[in-house]
Structures are given as C-alpha cells and as structure tokens.
Ligand binder design. Structure first.
Ligand code: IMP
Ligand code: MG
Length: 214
C-alpha cells in the first residue's frame, strides 16, 4: 500500500510525488489518502474496458454518465472508447442516494434528467461504484422504461458485499473492499474528487464533521 498526502484547498504537490499534506475544510486535521488503485492501473483498465465494450457491438450508442461521482471515470472511459474506435453520443443524469452521508439513504432521487431520446438505442450507463445496486437498477429501469433497446452498465468499482438488489454490471473496473473510498471523482462531503487515483482516507476521531456527523 502507498500512503499519499493531498493538500486541500490548495494543492502543493512535490515534484514527481504525491507526498503532500491535506487540510480538510471541516477540520484542521491532516489527512492522508491510501492509494487503492493508482493512475496507471486505472488507465490500463479503462482501455481494457473499452475493448470489452467494443466487443459487445453497441449500435447507435448513447453513453449516460451518472453524476457526480462518475465524471472522471466517464471522461477517461470515453477517451478510451474513442481510441477503441467508438463514436458514442454522451449524456448525463444526476442521481443521489447519499445526501452528505457515507451510508446510502436507500432512495434514489433524480436531480437532473437525461435530455436525449433513448428509444431504440443502445445505452451504456456509467457509474463510479456498484454498492447496494439501487442507483444502477434505478437508472437502468428508467432507461429501459423509456424504450432503450439495450442498457449496458459500466462501473469503475464494485463492492460485492453490500448488494441490496440483484444486479451485476456488464463491465467492472475493479472489485473494491467494503470501505468508503474517495478520489477519481468520488467524494467525502465534496472533497477529494480531484485526486487522480482511488484511495482510502486515513480518518481519525476529529473527522465526524466530514460527513455532517451522519
Ligand atoms: P448504490 O446505489 O448503493 O449502489 O450506491 C452507488 C452510489 O453510491 C455510487 O454511485 C456512489 O456515488 C456512492 N458510493 C458508494 N460507495 C461509495 C464510496 O465508497 N465512496 C464514495 N461514493 C460511494
Ligand atoms: Mg454516484
């Protein structure tokens, strides 16, 4: 395992390393982030996922990225899809089930809907993590109900131990331990999304306010 420090709000990155210090907005505690999946591993896996997606022979493809957590994964995966020869259209849906907590509320809300027509199209739904499965099931059902021909699902991470509904993603980047992770688009109370890797925050007892105490 590699431990990285990160600076927040202003990064002061030592050249060639991630040995930085992060100061949380909510507490003055110094945070370190343990790298679980580094940039190189993610980049390699994105290219592999793109090849897997090409092999599924999508037609008239619409990629729907689930905001906010998937924005970085979706952006990199789209570039990998381009290199693999696909020219999808891109859309966004903003769903929420966490509401400033690290525990899912169990109910999924649409904060921003897809604007494009999905009827008759192959859709690739892209999300950051498949945990309970509720978010992906909700979005997939929504797109199927609107007449999508096929809804394929791609997630960067899968946490197998926490599934509440039956769903398997078609394309999975990595299997992740049942811990709260941040980085590469994923946040804790809006912090850490900018990290180019997926990691684990080294929390301590002063961190209760990082999640609004819930
Ligand atoms: P699900 O509906 O329980 O599968 O939750 C999926 C959503 O919860 C993901 O799209 C993430 O936005 C969020 N989520 C789940 N686990 C984590 C985590 O460890 N870190 C950050 N966000 C998470
Ligand atoms: Mg999400």
């Amino acid at each position: 395992m590699v431990w990285c420090g990160v600076a927040w709000p202003r990064a002061v990155r030592a050249v060639g390393t991630f040995r930085e210090t992060i100061t949380s907005r909510m507490s003055n505690a110094s945070k370190r982030v343990r790298v679980l999946f580094d940039e190189a591993a993610i980049a390699k896996r994105n290219d592999e996922l793109a090849d897997e997606i090409v092999a599924a022979k999508p037609e008239n493809l619409l990629v729907v990225a689930v905001l906010k957590g998937s924005f970085m994964f979706a952006a990199d995966l789209l570039r990998s899809l381009h290199r693999a020869g696909l020219s999808p259209q891109v859309e966004f849906v903003h769903l929420s089930s966490y509401r400033n907590s690290t525990v899912s509320s169990g109910q999924v809300e649409i904060l921003r809907d897809v604007q494009s027509e999905v009827r008759g199209r192959d859709v690739l739904l892209v999300d950051d993590i498949l945990e309970s499965g509720r978010t992906v099931v909700f979005a997939k059902d929504l797109l199927m109900a609107r007449g999508a021909k096929r809804v394929l699902t791609a997630v960067l991470l899968e946490k197998p131990g926490k599934r509440a509904v039956t769903i398997d993603a078609d394309f999975v980047g990595f299997t992740c331990p049942d811990v709260f992770v941040v980085g590469y688009g994923m946040d804790a109370a809006h912090a850490f999304r900018q990290l180019p890797f997926v990691g684990l925050v080294d929390y301590d007892s002063s961190d209760a306010d990082l999640f609004g105490g819930t």
